[in-house]
Design a protein around this ligand. Structure first.
Ligand SMILES: Nc1ncnc2c1ncn2[C@@H]1O[C@H](COP(=O)(O)OP(=O)(O)OP(=O)(O)O)[C@@H](O)[C@H]1O
Length: 354
């Protein structure tokens, strides 16, 4: 189902929880609502579901306004963190529930439950009760139950929040596959950026009731539209005085312009690792953190500390080692605007010849 939201607004008393939110979701896409706690993600989901009434704005399913349609007529399936299974019902009965309420014929219910049990990898568990299942299995039952009545939109609110890290990881890829196979338009609320990046076709970053940015995970990571997005997603260090960034054309930077720099845009190493030494700055290794497949290196350049990764293949560095440092790219921002700046020594190969 194609979903369109236009100018959605919601107050709770005098608190402005959702501010002029607009977005569209293509049929069959999974969109992740990502942002800090209290940002308004759940409120947006509840309005889509008809569990909360917007102050203003429109919700369109297939181009038709559904603002006044009751929840049960919106064709929505839910999986919430606390949307518990019915304890006194077996897995089979839990999955069958929505179809029973709709008074579907018995044979149809049986066929659909069998299909979903297979789809969600729960074969053999049909007669178990929820307390006889692991957390991950219970959540899979919750998905099967939500999908049984063939909803057109699936709303997922932190569905894995209560599950251990290891199983959670498995469930993420499982969910991705499931959604692809079923081809259902889905909205997934999370405050975990790794989860959103891994699972979603598109991410919408929400903070303080507003959409900060919407785009593919790659786009959001690589080209953050606002300082909030740049600092919320991925690792970075902040440089207070952008004017000191060596090799950058900072004509547009004013006093007070700050920079965010991701570790992959910083290169730190021994002098012989650089072709143009004068393009680099002097630094010293302050900390080394072993990250399994690489080192996370903290270097000090003047007063500024920066982080970077270093491959295990290269010469190992020690704390206290002098290094040369080159910053390739920075996200700059002041009060009015934010933009991406490239180091001319990196961005323009001709300048390397100077
Ligand atoms: N029924 C309500 N009455 C009053 N305030 C509410 C109500 N529902 C939500 N709020 C407030 O609106 C704000 C947004 O809440 P919401 O649950 O939508 O945020 P969220 O981004 O989903 O956060 P979380 O990740 O913690 O669930 C919060 O400050 C919350 O306290």
């Amino acid at each position: 189902m194609h979903v369109e939201v236009r100018g959605l607004d919601k107050h709770f008393g005098s608190f402005h929880a959702v501010k002029d939110v607009s977005f569209g979701i293509q049929k069959g896409h999974l969109i992740g609502l990502l942002g800090p706690s209290g940002g308004g993600k759940t409120s947006i989901l509840r309005m889509l579901a008809g569990l909360e009434t917007p102050d203003s704005g429109e919700i369109l399913f297939h181009g038709k306004r559904v603002n006044d349609l009751p929840t049960q007529e919106r064709g929505i399936g839910f999986v919430f963190q606390n949307y518990a299974l019915f304890k006194h019902m077996t897995v089979f009965e839990n999955i069958a529930y929505g179809l029973k309420v709709k008074k579907a014929p018995k044979a149809q219910i049986r066929d659909r439950v069998t299909e979903l049990v297979e789809l969600t990898g729960l074969k053999g568990f049909e007669q178990r009760y929820p307390q006889q299942l692991s957390g991950g299995q219970r959540q899979r039952v919750a998905f099967a139950r939500a999908l049984a009545p063939e909803p057109q939109l699936l709303l997922l609110d932190e569905p894995f929040a209560a599950i251990d890290a290891k199983i959670r990881q498995e469930l993420r890829s499982w969910l991705r596959e499931l959604i692809e196979r079923v081809g259902i338009t889905s909205i997934f609320v999370t405050h975990d950026q790794d989860e959103a990046i891994e699972v979603a076709d598109e991410i919408m970053v929400i903070s303080q009731g507003r959409v900060e940015q919407k785009g593919t995970p790659w786009h959001i990571y690589k080209e953050p539209a606002t300082p909030f997005v740049a600092s919320f997603i991925g690792e970075s260090t902040q440089v207070e005085h952008a004017a000191k960034l060596h090799g950058f054309d900072l004509a547009a930077a004013k006093a007070g312009t700050r920079a965010l720099i991701r570790p992959e845009y910083v290169e730190a190493g021994r002098p012989n690792e650089f072709t143009l030494l004068s393009a680099t700055e002097e630094g010293v290794v302050r900390h080394l953190h072993f990250r399994g497949s690489q080192w996370l290196v903290e270097v000090q350049v003047g007063e500024q500390s920066l982080i970077t990764y270093r491959s295990l293949e290269k010469d190992s560095l020690q704390v206290g080692d002098p290094v040369r440092v080159l910053v390739h790219r920075a996200y700059l921002y002041n009060d009015e605007r934010s933009w991406i700046a490239e180091n001319r020594f990196k961005a323009d190969p001709m300048s390397m010849m100077i």
